[in-house]
Design a protein around this ligand. Structure first.
Ligand SMILES: *[C@@H]1O[C@H](CO)[C@@H](O)[C@H](O)[C@H]1NC(C)=O
Ligand SMILES: *[C@@H]1O[C@H](CO)[C@@H](O)[C@H](O)[C@H]1NC(C)=O
Ligand SMILES: *[C@@H]1O[C@H](CO)[C@@H](O)[C@H](O)[C@H]1NC(C)=O
Ligand SMILES: *[C@@H]1O[C@H](CO)[C@@H](O)[C@H](O)[C@H]1NC(C)=O
Ligand SMILES: *[C@@H]1O[C@H](CO)[C@@H](O)[C@H](O)[C@H]1NC(C)=O
Ligand SMILES: *[C@@H]1O[C@H](CO)[C@@H](O)[C@H](O)[C@H]1NC(C)=O
Ligand SMILES: *[C@@H]1O[C@H](CO)[C@@H](O)[C@H](O)[C@H]1NC(C)=O
Ligand SMILES: *[C@@H]1O[C@H](CO)[C@@H](O)[C@H](O)[C@H]1NC(C)=O
Ligand SMILES: *[C@@H]1O[C@H](CO)[C@@H](O)[C@H](O)[C@H]1NC(C)=O
Ligand SMILES: *[C@@H]1O[C@H](CO)[C@@H](O)[C@H](O)[C@H]1NC(C)=O
Ligand SMILES: *[C@@H]1O[C@H](CO)[C@@H](O)[C@H](O)[C@H]1NC(C)=O
Ligand SMILES: *[C@@H]1O[C@H](CO)[C@@H](O)[C@H](O)[C@H]1NC(C)=O
Length: 817
């Protein structure tokens, strides 16, 4: 008795261990159709059993012919050769139909072999292959492509998202022709293999991959070694990179498979086997610390298609403290200062992969390069372990070139060629004409653009967007955060001037406190800044979150803040015209935020210190997007925590905690008064009645003595009408109730009027005190405008930020009035 129980326990245990081993070592796809087409016996290849065709499709209505192909006579150096002894030939449209147990991504692999057969002459074969949704092959005339592992045979591999319970693969031969296939695989693959979306290069944001069909163009193992399907969990074949290397610069090939460590990261051997991560092509810089060359691989691709490019990395060699390099696709920089150590959380030997969608081009080449980062403190290194290029279906759901371009068949008739030539000539001429028209239009548009229009989105250099910078790069740019580089200090931390290696000047904001709140704001600002681009919003160049740092790198603004040009410094004073232009620029930036493409953004901290001026005194709004958006929106929308800058706060927001775009309009009205009067909003050093700029201006306005208020530096150049217009807008912006305030669009329009009223002459022809008396001053009572300010003790708060939170992003639909 006792012995029996023990033995059954032992059996159970063995079964348990076995199942665990299966999970961790083997791959058990839910759908696993392996078919040896045309064969009457099952064929085992690399421990995978390909079933006899008849066993699968016994009730095929079209009775296609099964043929023997004499493959064994070829003595091919491939492990699939047993599959190629037979083929199935179709003379009419025929389907393979598979019931799908688990919807999701599947491989479809089609195996072809160049056979010799007395009845079916291969050069007569011409056919298409499709599924219900996608065209896999169009007008295919078999010719060994060399893409496969053995001569005379090749494999087409597709990765399809199947969202029905049946997959039908249709072979459609052309008239008087036939279709064939030697083997067929339909296999489920782990869902994580293909991401939901990937970043596009050049930088255009992310793109969904969810429903896209993919075809493997090439799958390369770096290090001049191939990896055969039986060494890959998903039976993928990896070819050596040697054939694709641009041989002007040769890498060092390294191999250390035992260094690969799949523990500790999410990258498992589902993505690539240890044999792939364990070999690499490495920049050969051993003897030269000034090595400055790229390693380049050149691949042939079909023009007119987007491609998914996946890079596989694993640090199996480097003993240097940093492993930072640049990655290029064609001439675009896909990742600048790519820091493998950071991406693998400094786990030695941890694999990492990265995806990019390369936009379609007319070129039939796709080049991939890695090269040293141009940083003095980083030893030149670069490593690549594997690379996959997958074609993405075009808008017609096709993966075949012939569906995009006209036939490339060499049997084109002469008349056809002539026709093509004439057509091409016409096309070329029309394209040329259109191009010239386009250039002309662009010129005109450019002029119009300069003349100022709404929502002009900045032209930006794609290579300077949103990159994750290594800490060392920022240290280098700022002289190790040298105090003499500090150009500003704010609630967030210090702002340094920096110069990147390519001599781009940047402003580097380094977060001080490591608070949780600070980190959330840091992330939000990066996410937001990388989405919104406008010539009147300061743009993001990069960021660094290494070593718990919170660093944001912005474009450098040569002329500092508007505030510094209005008062309190020795900087040259701005003319009235310049001031109007600055107001117009910043109004345009705010208008863009408020009417943004998807969501309205409320800046929340509009003030003269957050309006920056570039070398041409063009205004850009800064410091937006630090606050959180999304689900907890309502929480912040009616919030007890008032955020913003003292003196600029919307009284309605202060009393009712209701935040709308009109709060920014109020703050902008305050900035306009600063611009007009050339003094701070709150100046405690002044006599009591003058401390608060808004109260003071309103009081003087009602008494009609504006000349006492206008900045003496500009009083002689302001034209009466321009002043009147300006004052009217400012006053409306400062209306007690948000509903009474204009929108930023109205403000912008009125400011442009004020600029026109000022006329074109830089200097006012005559100036006299009388002009101010001509201004009809309204009797609007603004005695309550400054309700807010009375809630605080004024003494020590001049211009200080109440909170380090600068801006708030709010969805349009949460506006409440
Ligand atoms: C092939 O294998 C299948 C499944 O194991 C089996 O049902 C079938 O009888 C086999 N066919 C031949 C010809 O051995
Ligand atoms: C065939 O399989 C064997 C192991 O089963 C392997 O050593 C060999 O490299 C494979 N050959 C090819 C061409 O894939
Ligand atoms: C093959 O499949 C297609 C698409 O599902 C279907 O329209 C067609 O009727 C099928 N043909 C045959 C011969 O079963
Ligand atoms: C295979 O090769 C043999 C010998 O060369 C030949 O007699 C036979 O016809 C061939 N079979 C086919 C299907 O080509
Ligand atoms: C197949 O056809 C081509 C041209 O159509 C011809 O040159 C070749 O000899 C044929 N092959 C056989 C085995 O009949
Ligand atoms: C790659 O290895 C092959 C032999 O496997 C060799 O012939 C070839 O020269 C190597 N390529 C380079 C670039 O060293
Ligand atoms: C391979 O990597 C392991 C782990 O990093 C290391 O211990 C070993 O020395 C390496 N082997 C070679 C030949 O470099
Ligand atoms: C990874 O984990 C497995 C099982 O826990 C262990 O056998 C193996 O040695 C680990 N590998 C490394 C490189 O740490
Ligand atoms: C693994 O993935 C999960 C979910 O995507 C993520 O939260 C986690 O941080 C990842 N772990 C590592 C080590 O990358
Ligand atoms: C590397 O390639 C990129 C993209 O083609 C190019 O911009 C860069 O100048 C190259 N660097 C070197 C050192 O050749
Ligand atoms: C790829 O590199 C080759 C050789 O340097 C060059 O001729 C070709 O124009 C490049 N292709 C692209 C798309 O950059
Ligand atoms: C690929 O095909 C799917 C489904 O037909 C389609 O939704 C998608 O837009 C296509 N992809 C591209 C890049 O056009």
């Amino acid at each position: 008795m006792v012995i029996v129980i023990r033995s059954s326990k032992l059996q159970l245990w063995v079964a348990f261990v076995y199942s665990i081993m299966c999970v961790s070592i083997a791959f058990n796809p839910e759908d696993n159709y392996l078919i040896d087409c045309g064969s009457t016996k099952n064929t085992s290849v690399n421990n995978r059993v390909f079933l006899a065709d008849s066993a699968v499709n016994s009730n095929d209505p079209l009775t296609p012919e099964n043929i023997l192909t004499n493959a064994s006579l070829n003595s091919m150096p491939t492990n699939y050769s047993d599959l190629y002894n037979s083929a199935r030939v179709f003379t009419g449209v025929s389907n393979y139909s598979f019931s799908i147990k688990k919807q999701g991504r599947h491989w479809i692999r089609l195996h072809f072999f160049d056979f010799n057969h007395p009845k079916f002459n291969l050069s007569n074969a011409k056919f298409s292959v499709s599924t219900q949704k996608f065209t896999l092959i169009k007008e295919f005339k078999p010719k060994s492509s060399g893409g496969g592992s053995g001569s005379g045979s090749f494999v087409r591999e597709y990765c399809l998202e199947i969202d029905s319970d049946r997959l039908v693969v249709t072979f459609s031969p052309f008239a008087n022709s036939f279709a064939f296939v030697n083997a067929l695989e339909v296999v489920s693959i782990p869902g994580e293999l293909i991401p939901q979306r990937a970043e596009t290069t050049p930088h255009e944001g992310f793109q969904s991959l969810q429903k896209q069909a993919l075809e493997t163009v090439v799958r390369v193992n770096m290090g001049n070694e191939s990896v055969s399907p039986q060494r890959d969990l998903l039976s993928r074949s990896w070819v050596s990179d040697d054939a694709y290397l641009r041989h002007n610069v040769l890498p060092k090939f390294v191999s250390n498979v035992s260094a690969v460590n799949f523990n500790g990261t999410n990258v498992t051997d589902v993505f690539a086997p240890a044999d792939v991560y364990g070999t690499a092509s490495v920049l050969n810089s051993e003897h030269d610390p000034h090595t400055n060359v790229n390693i380049t691989w050149i691949f042939e691709v079909d023009p007119g298609f987007q491609h998914l490019v996946r890079f596989h990395f694993c640090d199996i060699v480097s003993r240097a403290p940093d492993l930072i390099f640049n990655i290029y696709i064609n001439s675009w920089i896909a990742s600048r200062y790519f820091d493998l150590r950071v991406h693998t959380s400094h786990i030695p030997g941890a694999p990492y992969y990265m995806d990019f969608i390369v936009r379609k081009s007319d070129s039939n080449q796709l080049n991939v390069s890695i090269g040293p980062a141009d940083l003095t403190e980083v030893y030149p290194t670069a490593i690549l372990n594997g690379l996959e290029i997958m074609k993405i279906n075009n808008s017609r759901g096709s993966l075949d070139v012939l569906d995009t371009f006209s036939s490339k068949s060499s049997k084109m008739k002469v008349g056809f060629i002539v026709g093509i030539a004439i057509a091409s000539f016409i096309i070329v001429v029309s394209v040329l004409v259109l191009f010239l028209l386009y250039i002309r239009r662009r010129k005109l548009a450019h002029i119009a653009h300069l003349k100022a229009e709404d929502n002009e989105v900045a032209m930006f250099s794609s290579s300077k967007i949103g990159y994750r910078f290594p800490f060392v790069a920022i240290q280098e740019a700022t002289g190790h955060f040298n105090e003499s580089f500090v150009i500003g200090v704010g609630g967030f931390g210090k702002v340094y001037k920096g110069v990147l290696r390519d001599e781009t000047k940047v402003a580097v904001k380094r977060g001080g406190s490591q608070s949780h709140q600070g980190r959330a704001e840091f992330r939000t600002e990066i996410e937001m800044l990388s989405q919104f681009r406008h010539r009147h919003l300061v743009s993001l160049i990069g960021y660094c979150d290494e070593r718990d740092e919170m660093i944001i790198i912005y474009e450098y603004m040569e002329n500092g803040t508007l505030k510094d040009h209005l008062y309190g410094t020795n900087l040259p004073c701005l003319s009235w015209r310049q001031r109007l232009e600055v107001c117009i620029g910043s109004a345009r930036g705010l208008h863009y935020l408020h009417t943004g493409p998807t969501k309205a953004i409320i800046h929340r901290d509009v003030k003269s210190a957050n309006i920056l001026l570039d070398e041409n005194f063009m205004a850009k709004v800064a410091d937006f997007g630090l606050s959180k958006t999304g689900p907890d929106l309502d929480q912040t929308h009616v919030s007890t925590m008032v955020k913003g800058s003292f003196g600029y706060l919307d009284p309605e927001y202060l009393t009712r905690q209701q935040l709308t775009e009109k709060s920014d309009v109020y703050s902008f009205g305050v900035v306009m008064l600063e611009v007009l009067c050339g003094r701070p909003v709150i100046d405690p050093s002044l006599p009591r009645e003058k401390v608060n700029l808004i109260e003071w201006v309103m009081r003087y306005q009602t008494r009609g003595r504006l000349e006492d208020i206008v900045d003496p530096n500009i009083i002689n150049e302001i034209k009466t009408e321009s002043l009147k217009k300006f004052r009217d807008i400012a006053e409306k912006c400062l209306a007690e109730c948000g509903l009474d305030r204009p929108t930023m669009g109205d403000v912008l329009w009125n400011l442009e009027c004020a600029l026109q009223l000022q006329g074109n002459e830089e200097k006012s022809s005559s100036s006299n005190g009388d002009m101010f008396s001509q201004v009809t001053l309204s009797d609007h009572s603004h005695s309550q405008t400054s309700v807010s300010t009375t809630q605080f003790s004024v003494g020590d708060l001049a211009g200080a930020s109440m909170s380090k939170v600068f801006a708030q992003m709010v969805r349009e639909d949460t506006r409440e009035m």
